[in-house]
Design a protein around this ligand. Structure first.
Ligand code: UDP
Length: 278
C-alpha cells in the first residue's frame, strides 16, 4: 500500500530502502522531522518554499555537503529504469516536489504535499535569501555564457548577492577535476548545477564529497529561463497545470521524454486501484 511516512512518527530517516547504492552517498543529515510521501518507490518530501529555505540555512550552518533534488514525474519514471538514479534520490537530503503530477499522485495515495516547489522558482527565491543572509552562490552548467548572464540578472535583482563563480563546464568525468578545483577555490555555500536530469544529480552524488559544498542542487533548465534563453510557460498555463504542454510545443524534441508523464499517471492510477500504490 502507501509507503508514506512521517519520520518523526517512526524515528527513521524517512528514506526508502534501496539496494545497490553505488552512486548515492550515505547522508546523515536528512531533516529528521520532515514528512515525506513515497511515490512509486521515490521519496518526495512534503515541504513548502519557506521550509526549503529553512533547510538550506540549516545545511549551510552545519557546513557538511548536502544534495537537493527537484523531483518530478520524469524523475520518478527514470528512477524505476535506472537503479543508480534511484539510489541517488534515496540518498539526497531533500527531494522537493517539483512536478504538479506528484501532488496529484500524493492525493491518490491518500496523502498530501503542501505545495509544488520548483527548481525554476526556487533558484530566484534562494538567491534572494542568499543576498539577505550572505550565502555565496556558484552557478555551474548550461551553455557557455548562460550562467554568467544568469548571475548578472540575479545580482541586479538582489543587490548584495555574492555569486562567487560561474562556469559552463560539462558533466563528463574527464572535466570533473578541473571543475572541482574551481568550485573548491571559490568556496560557495550553494552550488546550482544545470546539466539536466538525471545527469546533474548523478554528477553531484558522484563528486559530493570532493566538492564539499553545503548545498548542491540540480536545477535543470533554470538558468535558461532566468537568462531568457528559453521561455518558461506563462503563469496562466502553469496555474492550469499545462506547463508540460507548453514545453512540448516549444521544445518538441522532448516528446519522447514526456511519454513518461502518461506512463507515470498510469502507474500511479493502476497502483492505487489495485491497492499496491508502489
Ligand atoms: N546542459 C549542459 N551540459 C550538458 C547537457 C545539458 O550544460 O552536457 C544544460 C543545458 O544547456 C540546459 C540544462 O542543462 O541549460 C538542461 O535543461 P533541461 O531543460 O533539459 O533540464 P530539465 O530540467 O528538463 O532536466
Amino acid at each position: 500500500m502507501v509507503a508514506a511516512h512521517s519520520a518523526s512518527a517512526n524515528g527513521q530517516t524517512g528514506r526508502p530502502e534501496i539496494s545497490g547504492q553505488a552512486e548515492g552517498h550515505a547522508s546523515q543529515s536528512h531533516p529528521s522531522h520532515l514528512a515525506a510521501v513515497r511515490i512509486l518507490g521515490v521519496r518526495v518530501d512534503a515541504l513548502t518554499y519557506d521550509d526549503l529555505l529553512a533547510h538550506i540555512g540549516e545545511f549551510i550552518a552545519a557546513g557538511t555537503p548536502h544534495q537537493i533534488a527537484t523531483v518530478n514525474p520524469e524523475f520518478v519514471m527514470e528512477a524505476r529504469r535506472n537503479s543508480k538514479f534511484a539510489a541517488v534520490l534515496a540518498g539526497a537530503d531533500l527531494c522537493i516536489p517539483d512536478g504538479v503530477g506528484l501532488l496529484w499522485a500524493a492525493r491518490r495515495l491518500g496523502r498530501s504535499l503542501p505545495q509544488r516547489v520548483t527548481g525554476s522558482d526556487g533558484v530566484p527565491l534562494i538567491a534572494r535569501a542568499a543576498a539577505a543572509q550572505g550565502w555565496r552562490l556558484y552557478l555551474l552548467g548550461a551553455a557557455p555564457g548562460v550562467a554568467e548572464r544568469t548571475a548578472e540578472i540575479l545580482v541586479e535583482r538582489f543587490p548584495g548577492l555574492r555569486v562567487v563563480g560561474t562556469y559552463a563546464g560539462s558533466p563528463a568525468d574527464a572535466d570533473a577535476p578541473d571543475i572541482i578545483r574551481r568550485v573548491r577555490q571559490a568556496q560557495p555555500d550553494i552550488l546550482f548545477v544545470a546539466y539536466g536530469a538525471p545527469r546533474q544529480d548523478l554528477w553531484i552524488a558522484r563528486y559530493h564529497d570532493a566538492l564539499g559544498v553545503p548545498v548542491m542542487m540540480g536545477v535543470g533548465g533554470s538558468f535558461d529561463f532566468i537568462a531568457g534563453v528559453q521561455r518558461r510557460a506563462p503563469r496562466w498555463a502553469q496555474r492550469l497545470n499545462l506547463e508540460w504542454l507548453y514545453r512540448l510545443i516549444t521544445q518538441p524534441w522532448r516528446w519522447r521524454r514526456q511519454l513518461d508523464l502518461p506512463r507515470f499517471a498510469w502507474a500511479v492510477w493502476r497502483g492505487t486501484r489495485s491497492g499496491t500504490g508502489d
